[in-house]
Ligand binder design. Structure first.
Ligand code: CDV
Length: 307
């Protein structure tokens, strides 16, 4: 018997600075309803899905943006989303800014099963951008000011009849992200992102934003024999245009479903988790063909440090 589940990407359009959590949660619930009609079992929402992308603004006092963080999850504002997902028996992942009781700030995603239980939490590892205001930029990308990098790494979770992992935005550009989870047998990776199309350090890359988005996720899926859901908060938010192009990618590396707009949109596909084995047991049979000792030996000879 094949393990078929229906995967969904709940793409969001822009969230304005003054949009309330309640209004955003209503939008997420509208996507849940569409997902229900499409028979979705697991719906991925974007990175920082409850608020505008606040790291684009500098505040001298670190606490200046504290109202954008969640101190518990679920909380009063998000409870209706949890309740509706449970009622519809849809599992989901949700990205948000987390402020822990002891004052740590993380760019976090949680994974919720169809019975409403939280089965996984991921805190972003690769934090892009900068720490201080850079006046020459048309807008800031201060993730490194507002988030700590996590040392919890990339873990996988046995749920949804398979093995599921999470990553966040910039993580998707690093092969280690997929490989860390690939080595744990991952079958579905959920990746939320906010990717401004204007890249201040090298605007020459702007025209390639969509290409690079696909390149990294398709390679990560294929080289690890896993499904990948990439889900955007896209469109023009507070004057900044971000990439949409939410996609569901098969273990073959093929994009099998993709958003056609840069607003709120559901993308879904019926996924056979057993398709992962076609790759994990052939070309990418790690136990048989992967050679970490050889990479280490050659690196040692050349004096290159490997992690
Ligand atoms: N939110 C992100 O991590 N965005 C980065 C941008 C800054 C390049 C990304 O990799 O898409």
């Amino acid at each position: 018997m094949t393990r078929r589940i229906t995967l969904g990407a709940g793409q969001l359009g822009p969230i304005s600075k003054d949009e309330s959590r309640a209004a955003v949660v209503e939008r997420l619930i509208a996507l849940l309803h569409q997902a229900h009609h499409a028979g979705v079992d697991l719906l991925a929402f974007p990175e920082l899905a409850l608020t505008t992308f606040f790291p684009r603004w500098y505040t001298e006092d670190l606490c200046g943006h504290d109202h954008y963080y969640e101190k518990e999850m679920p909380n009063a504002a998000t409870q209706p989303l949890f309740d509706e997902a449970l009622r519809l028996k849809i599992g989901f992942s949700l990205g948000y800014a987390e402020l822990t009781p002891d004052g740590h700030r993380y760019n976090t995603t949680i994974l919720v099963e169809r019975d409403g239980s939280i089965v996984g939490r991921y805190r972003k590892v690769h934090i892009p951008g900068h720490e201080e205001d850079e006046a020459l930029r048309p807008f800031q990308h201060l993730e490194r000011r507002y988030f700590e990098e996590s040392s919890e790494g990339f873990n996988v979770h046995r749920c949804f009849d398979g093995i599921v992992g999470m990553a966040t935005c910039n993580d998707r550009r690093w092969p280690e992200t997929y490989r860390e989870m690939g080595l744990q047998g991952v079958e579905v990776i959920l990746i939320g992102y906010n990717t401004p199309i204007f890249y201040a350090p090298d605007p020459g890359q702007n025209a390639l934003a969509g290409f690079h988005n696909q390149l990294v996720m398709q390679a990560g899926a294929y080289q690890n024999g896993t499904w990948v859901i990439g889900v955007a908060k896209g469109g023009i938010e507070e004057g900044v245009e971000s990439l949409a192009q939410s996609s569901i990618i098969a273990p073959s590396g093929q994009v099998v479903a993709q958003a056609v707009s840069n607003g709120d949109e559901l993308v879904s596909v019926i996924a056979d988790l057993d398709w992962c084995a076609n790759y994990k047991e052939t070309l990418f049979n790690f136990a048989r063909y992967r050679r970490p000792e050889a990479y280490q030996r050659i690196s040692n000879q050349k004096g290159v440090m490997l992690p």
